[in-house]
Design a protein around this ligand. Structure first.
Ligand SMILES: Cc1cc2nc3c(=O)[nH]c(=O)nc-3n(C[C@H](O)[C@H](O)[C@H](O)COP(=O)(O)OP(=O)(O)OC[C@H]3O[C@@H](n4cnc5c(N)ncnc54)[C@H](O)[C@@H]3O)c2cc1C
Length: 371
């Protein structure tokens, strides 16, 4: 029995699309299956849209290496494909003296990750760049940027289709089995339920990755990791942005802190906070306003509360519970789960948008031996 399609990618978020593009460029016959009516309508459209420099992540981790590589690929991709973006830079700020040693430690970590362009600034020098800012010291990251994530995903889709691939919408994958011929058989629901087989399968299903992977029987010794959820909420600021660059407070564990970002249209927003939730729930919680004001005023004392209004929320797929050590991205190939032709991605939270093109390279590499 031959497969209906050589390679299927489940999930058309930024990561699935970047993987689809990398596979199409490597010569695969590619089909993406997406449950929603639009590409990128889950986490890829509910984030800060920041092109991260690769500053914080543990040296040698996938998050560090794929962020740094992904950033370079992404800037080149945006330039070549006219995707709106800006290398606007960011200031990572210490708002009191006790945070200054942490700033120095972050600079060292960044250098180990190959990010050697961070510039330490005193409080006055930082305020010379951003007059509305309150801080006692800062690190300027010139390679941090901002991207129009929708334009990015549309460009990726165009590359896939330009190489003969396809993106099928409204096509939820409900179950995966293995056929006696070692193919993957996907049962799909939605408008036109059916089944489709493929030789290679990539699960890039974001928040649903663990649940979907569990439908496929694995041998003893492998269990898809559990995905936990942490919601982040944003407030937008009406009127002129007080900042030209992104402003980030000190990170706290796996949370980058409640930052100010300036989007591609020059609009400023604040967030995301972090709230661990038991299930998928995007509800905006207005009662969090006071907490937001406290965080924001620590670096932007001139904030006028009337200018803040509710924006949106996003949910991070986490591979750990609150308080546990932060694990790396999980990109599992046959070495991990024993299934030839299968790559499953779990816990692709930040900086997944930045790293997507580099993740695509890794996945194409894992499937290169199989063809
Ligand atoms: C609040 C927040 C802020 C962030 N900020 C940044 C940032 O500034 N910079 C950065 O680099 N990263 C950021 N990230 C991370 C980034 O958004 C994600 O890493 C990235 O979008 C993940 O893309 P994805 O394709 O893996 O997931 P998704 O975008 O969630 O895509 C997965 C897709 O799979 C589909 N799917 C799932 N199950 C099925 C199924 N059974 N059948 C068919 N389709 C299915 C879903 O519908 C979805 O479209 C942030 C994340 C959050 C939550």
């Amino acid at each position: 029995m031959t497969a209906d399609v050589q390679t299927i990618v489940v999930g058309a978020g930024a990561v699935g699309l970047a993987i689809g593009r990398a596979l199409a460029m490597a010569g695969h016959e590619v089909m993406l299956l997406e449950q929603h009516a639009l590409i990128g309508s889950e986490t890829s459209s509910r984030n800060s849209e920041v092109i991260h420099a690769g500053i914080y992540y543990p040296p040698g981790s996938l998050r560090a290496t794929l962020c740094v590589r992904g950033k370079e690929l992404l800037y080149a991709f945006c330039a070549e494909n006219s995707v709106a973006h800006a290398r606007c830079g960011k200031l990572l700020v210490a708002t009191n003296e006790s945070q200054l040693p942490k700033l120095a430690a972050i600079k060292e970590t960044a250098a180990k990750n190959g990010v050697t362009d961070l510039e330490p600034l005193g409080g006055n020098a930082a305020r010379a760049l951003e007059p509305e800012l309150a801080c006692v010291g800062a690190l300027l990251s010139p390679s941090t940027g901002i991207i129009d994530s929708h334009g990015y995903m549309l460009a990726l889709e165009g590359h896939i289709e330009g190489r003969g691939g396809s993106v099928v919408l409204r096509c939820p994958v409900e179950r995966i089995e293995k056929t006696p011929d070692e193919l993957f058989r996907l049962t799909t629901g939605g408008d036109s339920p059916g089944a489709i087989t493929c030789r290679n399968l990539v699960l890039s299903a974001g928040l649903h990755a663990s649940q979907l992977a569990r439908t496929l029987p694995f041998g003893e010794g492998y269990q898809p990791p559990e995905t936990y959820y942490a919601k982040g909420q944003y407030y937008a600021l009406s009127g002129r942005s007080p900042f030209k660059r992104h402003i980030y407070p000190m990170p706290d564990g796996g949370w980058l802190g409640l930052h100010a970002t300036v989007d591609i249209g020059g609009r400023c927003k604040f967030g995301p906070d972090i709230e661990w939730i038991p299930g998928l729930d995007y509800t905006f919680v207005p009662e969090k306003l006071e907490k937001f004001l406290g965080f924001i005023r620590s670096y932007y004392p001139g904030l006028e509360v009337e200018r803040l209004h509710p924006d949106y929320t996003g949910i991070r797929p986490k591979l750990y519970r609150e308080g546990e050590p932060v694990p790396d991205f999980a990109i599992h190939g046959a070495d991990e789960h024993g299934q030839q032709g299968l790559v499953a991605l779990y816990g692709i939270e930040s900086p997944g948008l930045t790293a997507a093109l580099a993740i695509g390279e890794v996945v194409a590499g894992l499937l290169a031996r199989r063809g």
